[in-house]
Design a protein around this ligand. Structure first.
Ligand code: 1PR
Length: 535
């Protein structure tokens, strides 16, 4: 009956659940939102995507009387699926800004990943999981990878053993999913885990359907290295939004007309990359620094359409800063980011504004909490905030020639210089700033960035490989994941960056747009080299 295709969604408004809504609709269900505790008690099937931090989530649940209804619903063994924080909240308590009491349905405490074990926190990316007991909704996963993004986790132990249906390893063994009767919860994001994730949702939404059951033998894997497709987007001279691609950030054709290089339509290309196996797709609104993104509704449209059919993480950057429009209306950077999230972004990426914030922080040594970076990461969590660094290499004869940390370069500079520092830029590389990539990376990590997108203007579009010196320099300096970007020209360049540096992901644009090297062959090459990847 049509009633069976309605799923009740508990969205307490703390963040972005658009991706999950899109996935549910994609699978043919409609959504009823929980407004009151009765809506929970009347639900046929309840989805609980936890977003934000543990303490504020519990506060909302308690204040609205939802916590009690949730406990009753689960105690009655009715169909339930918690996701991410929606799993963690079922436990007794969490150490996140706490201890804070949880719903107390599962024995155990949720704690932070131990970064001293050599793992970068947040845990972002794809792992295969180890099935511990028949869990039905996980039946189609097998050895496929699923997408995690979190800094806290619950640990399996004797007290919660009866609940644990799968585990994963990151530093320690942690709980990847729980199951008791009709009650399920997963730490990973099925709505962002490609086809494997959609299979989990499908099995939850349509439990009685006759789907073939695949025997599950999967073992927990190492965190996979991610391959990311990046789309630099801007309006062309006719006003259409196009995917463009620069040569050292110059996106105009080298001819008389000098028009903006046009490599295709943003939504079509993004969907293609998803189908081709991209682990993530990034959109950079490259003229966002001068055109206000909320005036740039086409960009928001692009995100809305793309997120309806793409079930891996989407990042969007460009123009995230405070802004006053010509009518004197003020928009905070948080509003800009919120609009991006509402339109389907899972993460936002901040470029120029993070440089200013880091400069200020290094000068004053005070975290004001007012920068866009700090505000967005406080509200949406640091895993949702990427800082994009756009550095340019500056060769040095003597490292003492500058106050910024430099590296010894593998290839000497044009005048035999053996050192270089990497000067940060703003406004799409147009303006150099008095801060190095190393100093910036350290500062933004402290200010709440969850990940670094490390470009290199010198290498951009050159196809000669990533700047290994730079990637190694920055990936060793911080404890958050670093995405290597700029310069990929072959599948070998990906294995090189993963074997020589601690980068967590590698991003490319030109080779994918020009169809020179398909994503799939990059993955196959990495697999052949023994690198853990999601196939
Ligand atoms: O400063 O917060 O408005 O953010 C602007 C964003 O736009 C930044 O992330 C900045 O990197 C990006 N951006 C600005 N101008 C350009 C340009 O190209 N003129 N794109 C630009 C930078 C960088 C890459 C590129 C890789 C891989 N694009 O992400 O995709 O270099 O390319 P390749 O594989 O072809 O070598 P704000």
């Amino acid at each position: 009956s049509s009633d069976d295709s309605v799923v009740t969604l508990l969205d307490y408004g703390a963040g972005n659940v658009r991706s999950l809504r899109n996935a549910i609709r994609y699978l043919g269900c409609s959504i009823k939102d929980v407004q009151t505790p009765e809506d929970i008690l009347n639900a046929k099937r309840l989805l609980f995507p936890g977003v934000g931090a543990f303490a504020p989530a519990m506060e909302v649940l308690n204040n609205k009387g939802l916590a009690e209804a949730l406990c009753a619903y689960i105690e009655q063994d009715r169909p339930f699926l918690g996701i991410c924080l929606g799993l963690q909240l079922l436990f007794e308590s969490s150490e996140e800004n706490g201890p804070v009491k949880g719903l107390g349905l599962i024995p155990g405490v949720v704690g932070r990943f131990d970064s001293s074990s050599g793992c970068r926190v947040p845990h972002i990316g794809w792992n295969a999981i180890k099935i511990k007991k028949d869990s039905e909704i996980l039946d189609d996963i097998g050895s496929r990878h699923v997408y995690f993004v979190h800094s806290y986790r619950a640990i399996p132990s004797d007290v919660n053993n009866e609940w644990v249906s799968s585990t994963c390893n990151y530093g320690d063994e942690f709980i990847a999913s729980v199951r008791r009767g009709n009650v399920h919860a997963v730490q990973f994001h099925p709505e962002k885990s490609g086809e494997a994730g959609l299979s989990v949702l499908r099995r939850f939404l349509y439990p009685k359907s006759e789907l073939t059951k695949v025997p599950v033998q999967g073992n927990a894997s190492k965190l996979a290295k991610r391959v990311i497709a990046c789309l630099d987007v801007r309006g062309n001279d006719k006003g259409d939004l196009v995917v463009t691609k620069g040569d050292q950030y110059d996106v105009r054709e080298n001819n008389e007309e000098n028009e903006v290089r046009n490599l295709g339509k943003p939504v079509d290309l993004a969907e293609q990359y998803y189908k081709d196996g991209a682990d993530e797709v990034s959109f950079l609104n490259i003229t966002g620094f001068r055109d206000f993104p909320l005036g740039d509704l086409p960009m928001l449209q692009v995100l809305k359409f793309a997120s309806e059919n793409i079930f891996v993480p989407l990042t969007v950057g460009g123009g995230i800063r405070d802004f006053t429009d010509e009518n004197g209306r003020y928009y905070s950077s948080l509003e800009v980011a919120s609009e991006y999230f509402r339109s389907g972004a899972d993460k936002v990426s901040i470029g120029s504004d993070a440089v200013y914030a880091a400069e200020e922080y290094l000068k004053t040594k005070v975290k004001t909490g007012k920068s866009s970076l700090e505000q967005i990461s406080r509200i949406y969590g640091n895993q949702a905030v990427v800082v994009s660094i756009d550095p340019r290499r500056v060769y040095l004869k003597d490292p003492d020639d500058v106050e910024f940390k430099s590296v010894r370069v593998t290839e000497p500079g044009p005048n035999g210089e053996e050192f270089a520092w990497y000067q940060c830029t703003v406004k799409g590389g147009r303006e150099g700033r008095p801060i190095g990539a190393y100093e910036l990376a350290k500062a933004v990590e402290e200010l709440g960035a969850g990940e670094i997108l490390l470009n290199c203007i010198d290498c951009d579009g050159q196809g000669k490989g990533f700047d290994i010196d730079l990637v190694k320099f920055i990936a060793d300096a911080v404890n958050i994941p670093v995405i290597a970007s700029s310069g990929a020209g072959s599948a070998q360049h990906f294995s090189e960056v993963f074997s020589k540096t601690n980068a967590s992901a590698a991003l490319a644009a030109g080779i994918f747009h020009r169809k020179e090297v398909p994503i799939q062959s990059v993955k196959e090459h990495l697999l052949g080299e023994g690198v853990e990847v999601r196939m």
